[in-house]
Write a protein that binds this ligand. Structure first.
Ligand code: BG6
Length: 303
């Protein structure tokens, strides 16, 4: 990648603690380091790959086997999923989880945030070759604030006159000491579709969630915050959200980990995905000219 492009970006967006550089695979990356937090985001997919509040440990998991290439998603961090979740129902050749995580996003602005961190605004307009798989006029804006918490805000604007439907997810991968020893609360008494059990609809009882096998659950109609209690790491991660009615919880466990080329065979205990979404029956119907904004806020506390 041309160093000139990075230099130009650095000159256009001069903010203390913000550096544009070449990340893995030669992809463009923004690194942020302020008294509040350290973070990084790739323009490829608007993909947050690191977030560490000052004095604490890294909160996001990235696979050591992740690919970093223009035509591949990054494995870990926070993939941005749009406009469909999983495989596209009417087109098996369309990319899994949509095209937003495979596209290069544009920097709109970068500014100091009020909590001592930095806010990065990125934008994505549909490239011409997506028209067949998603023939709608739209614009995505994504605001990421690396501060005392990690704040993620994804806005989808319908730039045409007719209404259409989309799915979306902030597919966050959290680093944990051992997934078998964490407890996830916030999903009690919610219904979910279990992808590991033929898409059966199930009901979680009063109990909190423990991961004891491959888990791939699409919780529907839940706006609750989730908490990951991780005594092994001595921390509690809280994921709170707005305008999100689904939550996905995923851990591939042993066999699926082995089957994925971009995920280490032994890495499955080190992560859990708790994803802020609008998917399945919670897909969003967006009227012409309207905008929908989904937000997640991720914070940790020592316990
Ligand atoms: C989860 C899905 O959100 O993402 C899983 O529920 C999927 O079914 C996982 O396996 C990872 O998807 P991908 O496309 O990044 O391998």
């Amino acid at each position: 990648m041309s160093l000139k492009i990075l230099e130009e970006l650095q000159q256009r967006f001069t903010v203390p603690g913000v550096v544009f550089n070449t990340g893995e695979g030669g992809l463009k990356r923004i690194e942020v380091q302020t008294p509040a937090a350290r973070g990084e985001i790739y323009l490829h997919g608007a993909h947050v790959t690191g977030y560490q509040p000052m004095g604490e440990q890294e909160m996001l998991f990235i696979s050591a086997k992740s690919q970093f290439a223009v035509d591949k998603p990054i494995r870990g961090g926070v993939p941005v999923i749009f406009p469909w979740f999983g495989a596209k129902s009417d087109d098996a050749r369309a990319p899994m989880h949509g095209f937003a995580r495979l596209a290069e996003w544009e920097v709109q602005s970068i500014a100091p945030a009020d909590d001592g961190g930095v806010t990065v605004d990125l934008r994505f307009l549909p490239p011409p070759n997506t028209s067949g798989s998603f023939p709608h006029a739209f614009e995505l804006s994504y605001r990421v604030s690396f501060g005392k918490s990690l704040r993620l805000s994804l806005a989808v604007r319908n730039a045409g006159p007719a209404s259409w439907k989309f799915e979306e997810a902030l597919h966050s991968y959290f680093a944990v000491s051992d997934v078998r020893n964490v407890v996830v609360t916030g999903l009690e008494n919610s219904q979910y579709i279990s992808k590991t059990q033929n898409m059966q609809r199930q009901q979680q009882g009063d109990e909190s969630l423990r991961i004891t096998q491959e888990t791939d659950r699409v919780y529907q109609n839940t706006t609750a915050a989730c908490v990951i209690d991780d005594p092994g790491m001595g921390r509690r991660i809280t994921i709170s959200k707005r305008e999100s009615r689904s939550t996905v919880v995923w851990n591939p466990w042993i066999d699926k980990a082995r089957a994925m080329a971009d995920f280490g065979d032994e890495e499955w205990p080190d992560m859990i995905c708790v994803e802020t979404c609008n998917v399945g029956e919670n897909a969003v119907q967006l009227a012409g000219g309207a905008e929908h904004r989904m937000e997640a806020e991720i914070r940790s506390e020592k316990v």
